[in-house]
Design a protein around this ligand. Structure first.
Ligand code: CDP
Length: 230
């Protein structure tokens, strides 16, 4: 059967990653989290003193971009995807609220996006992949055979992120998360390079009131329709 590229874009914390991962597992595809790549760059900046307060030292980051190597590996026990920064597992570190606070600023830099998009296209050469992000259907893979644009209200998304952080033992603050979600929406939608927007040929999925099962049924049905038409 033909293997395709599935692009899943949408707002922050609307469950894209969980959905994309589950879909990939169901249909035997590889899953790639493009947001993790931007998070890893933000984490690199934090680790290397390239962020002071709210200011990113962009000229230094540009000079040091070649020092940033991001790859993915499967956790040997859980089989979950792990993000490696220069060979070191940073999966946990890149999900903190500190990284969330800086990531959209880092992701708005044109030279960072250029480099990440290059790497994402490289990953797409193998086909049979699900990639989630903000610009996968518009910029990274404009010819992807299946494109989904996911939305949910900011409050629903903040609650989901709160539950996720609480479940892993953090002590989250709902209002801080809601503010972060709204702020990232704003930066993502208004940045000059590849702003977050629905591709004309993407299918919209508002999952505010959908269970995971309903959502998966919709995805599989959509995938099957597309694959039989290919
Ligand atoms: O998990 P969540 O949806 O909160 O965010 P993420 O997918 O981990 O992405 C983190 C941030 O990276 C987003 O808020 C965007 O600012 C940026 N991003 C991007 O600009 N382009 C992408 N393809 C993926 C993420």
């Amino acid at each position: 059967m033909k293997r395709i590229i599935i692009a899943i874009d949408g707002f922050s914390s609307c469950g894209k990653s969980t959905m994309a991962k589950a879909l990939a597992r169901n249909i035997g595809y590889l899953y790639f989290d493009s947001g993790a790549m931007y998070r890893a760059v933000a984490y690199f900046c934090m680790q290397n003193g390239l962020i002071e307060g709210e200011t990113i030292n962009t000229s230094e980051l540009q000079k040091r971009l070649d020092e940033i190597h991001i790859s993915f590996a499967a956790d040997p026990e859980t089989k979950n995807s792990l993000t490696l920064l220069n060979g070191i597992n940073v999966e946990h570190e890149i999900r903190t609220i500190e990284v969330s606070r800086h990531v959209s600023q880092v992701a708005a830099l044109d030279f960072v996006r250029e480099r990440m998009v290059e790497q994402q296209r490289e990953l797409g050469k193998q086909k049979g992949i699900v990639m989630d992000g903000r610009d996968i259907g518009t910029t990274v893979f404009p010819d992807a055979e299946m494109k989904v644009f996911v939305t949910a209200s900011a409050e629903v998304r903040a609650q989901r992120r709160y539950d996720e952080l609480a479940a892993r033992g953090d002590n989250p603050d709902y209002n801080e998360i809601l503010e972060n979600v709204q702020q990232r929406d704003h930066i993502d939608q208004t940045r000059e390079v590849s702003p977050l927007k629905k591709a004309d040929d993407a299918l919209e999925l508002d999952n505010s009131n959908l269970t995971r099962e309903e959502q998966m049924n919709w995805l599989i049905e959509t995938y099957n329709k597309i694959i039989t038409g290919c």
